[in-house]
Design a protein around this ligand. Sequence first.
Ligand code: S3P
Length: 173
Amino acid sequence: MGKYRGNIYLIGFMGCGKSTVSNFLSLKLGIPEIDTDIRIEEEQGLEIADIFDKYGEDYFRGLENKLLEKMMGEKNCIVACGGGMAVRDDNVVMMKKSGIVVMLTAEAKTIYNRVSHSDSRPLLKNHMDIEYIKELMSKRIDAYTKAADIIIRTDEFNPREIAEQISRRIMRA
Ligand code: S3P
């Protein structure tokens, strides 16, 4: 993969494909990946929804922040971030210091189609509708865009194609 040796942080709204794209990108580039949600679940021995229920959102955000601090010590690793990771400025500072930030985007309707079958996302638990997704997206879009070095639209592409696009763009970045 060109000369790029930093981490590759995948950010963006829930359901924009960060985890799936990370799998493909990891295979394509032959570098390891970590999914922050999965890592937190493993370390806590609890699912994300249960962490929110038991300890609240702020506690979860603290875990994300600590995990990112650890990831700064890694090199050449793909980090599929939970959808709220890039909302905190201090998280973005850590990402920028240690890698390149790739934002995946999707229309609210696409997101809805991808996530509505699942109840694993506490923030959408009682709001599984396109209007709410749009509202939350509009609150976050500036933070995501400001953090992003590269922005990739996912609506009409499959994960393999998106991984190809990211790999091309990183080599040019
Ligand atoms: C969240 C997104 C989720 C997970 C948690 C909170 C968010 O990850 O971290 O439910 O605040 O957007 P995905 O983006 O992988 O769904």
